[in-house]
Design a protein around this ligand. Sequence first.
Ligand SMILES: [Zn+2]
Length: 286
Amino acid sequence: MAITDTVDWRTELGGGVRVALVQAGSFTSDAGTVFGPVPRILWDRLVADEIHEDWTLTQALNCLLVETPSGRVLVETGVGERMEERRRVQRGVQGHPIVPALRDAGFDPGTVDVVAVSHLHFDHAGGLLLADGSRAFPRARFVAQRGEWEFALGSNPRLQASYEQEELRLIEGWGLEDAVDGSTEVLPGVEVVRTGGHSGGHQAIVVRGPTGSVGFFGDLCMRPWSANPRWVPSFDDFPLTSVEVKASLFRRAAEERWTVVLSHEPRRPVGRLAADRDRFRFEPLV
Ligand SMILES: [Zn+2]
């Protein structure tokens, strides 16, 4: 398959809880930044069949639509429709943004009750507004960590470079109404868990049903090689936290056999984590 083809995947967790993968297009990242401190000699064979001539990798914008008896939760919103053309080209943005991608998958954006994003970087929180500035999910509560809002709108220049502050100010009022502190169940069976690491207020999303669980660890687990807690990208704002929190989250996911969905893997984004000496291995399921 081509690296920009979309992957169809849905699962049932029992008790009326269902999870569908919705890919909202893709963008590109410099491969060196994706691997951060890891020397190229250790990673170049892992991406030999996908690296582009300009040393970038295609990164899918993986979102989840969770259906529960109490309502629907959208996890992540991708880049969205509002990025100007020059930047879209620069960032290698391709494919359908979240609203048409959801419709293609058979879901009406007007039926989403909660939007939960792992963090507020442009490739996760970009799809909350339509091109005209109106809300893409008109009836939804919008859930990010309150701490993430503080980092996102703060004045540290390194952090400012990671966020689209002008865009975030347009949704700040909406976001602060339902921002959360720490681990919170946003609907029965759907929990957000504050992790930090990749960004100051980054959160994971865990969906539980009677027959299984799905873990989405945001950019703490963006590609298969992220299963090694020490392999963190150079865009993690708090890498030491990432290493620590990845180890404990991944241990739990491996022990409890959660299905794990990777945030930016284009081709085989769904799998399980298996313990492997002092690290973990991602084993794709589809
Ligand atoms: Zn990302």
